[in-house]
Design a binder for this molecule. Structure first.
Ligand SMILES: C[S@@+](CC[C@H](N)C(=O)[O-])C[C@H]1O[C@@H](n2cnc3c(N)ncnc32)[C@H](O)[C@@H]1O
Length: 255
């Protein structure tokens, strides 16, 4: 869903030359990896994640696109003190992954050591999960989505402490020069597309566990109805969904 916005960000990066070796930290199933491969046709990407399942899916996608020779996957925990050999990249990309680190300061210092001199580190972060429903939805519990997000605040404060952190300050403290920062507002109308329904379903399903203890029984029942793919009120049946979110990208140079 966010391919166009990713393409915009990769085109915006203040690079001095086309990167040849890129490392994608916390690559997931490769949204960033493939945007980077598309943008920089001469580059190869080392894609790093803790999840062997995500890396497997990324490799399958690389084969389907015929770019498997340009991608190396590395399973690693970036919270570990020692990282495996990731080469000497001229661009490191970390999208929606740095806030997951238990010790982001240490990870940023690790990237600083890893990068080639003059290389660029792009940190892409988000304020929170995207929003999908109109404010007055669903009809029986208007405003439900916002209440679900508020209900996860306690969980995030305890378990995802670095979401919304001051990455500019942290990058500077790790020795980087922050050359530019850009916030991109995403507002994609779904027009009834199936993909947006699946994205909304997956996202709300993920926050349900964290939100449930703080939701009223009526809100929880309405959320479960939205998530029930058999229900006439299933989110998959709605034609009024949109993806609304913000991404901020910091472009930081290693001196
Ligand atoms: C929200 S996803 C972002 C995925 C991808 N970068 C994107 O923009 O779609 C965060 C990713 O970071 C990975 N991750 C979280 N903690 C990690 C760690 N300590 N070491 C390596 N990867 C980690 C997760 O497995 C997940 O794939």
């Amino acid at each position: 869903m966010l391919a166009e916005h990713l393409a915009f960000i990769t085109a915006w990066l203040p690079l001095k030359a086309e990167p040849r070796h890129i490392v994608d930290l916390g690559c997931g199933t490769g949204a960033g990896t493939f945007a980077l491969l598309d943008r920089f046709p001469e580059a190869h990407v080392t894609a790093v994640d803790t999840s062997t399942g995500y890396l497997q899916r990324l490799r399958e996608k690389a084969c389907a696109r015929g770019v498997e020779e340009r991608v190396r996957t590395v399973q690693a925990d970036l919270d570990a003190a020692d990282w495996p050999d990731l080469g000497t990249p001229d661009l490191v990309w970390a999208s929606a992954s740095m806030h997951h680190m238990a010790h982001p300061d240490r990870a940023l210092a690790g990237v600083h050591d890893l990068l080639a001199p003059g290389g660029l580190f792009a940190v892409v972060e988000l304020d929170g999960f995207p929003r999908f429903l109109p404010a007055d939805a669903p009809e029986n519990r208007p405003g439900l989505e916002e209440r679900c997000h508020r209900a996860t605040d306690g969980f995030h404060a305890e378990h995802v402490r670095h979401r919304g952190a001051d990455w500019g300050r942290m990058l500077a403290a790790a020795g980087f020069t922050v050359e530019d920062v850009r916030t991109i507002t995403v507002n994609i109308e779904g027009d009834g597309s199936e993909a947006i329904g699946r994205y909304a379903q997956g996202s709300l399903q993920r926050i349900r566990g964290a939100a449930a203890p703080a939701l009223s029984p009526e809100d929880l029942a309405a959320l479960d109805e939205l998530l029930d793919t058999e229900s006439p009120h299933s989110i998959l049946r709605r034609d009024d969904l949109a993806v609304r979110t913000e991404r901020t990208v910091w472009a930081a140079r290693r001196a």
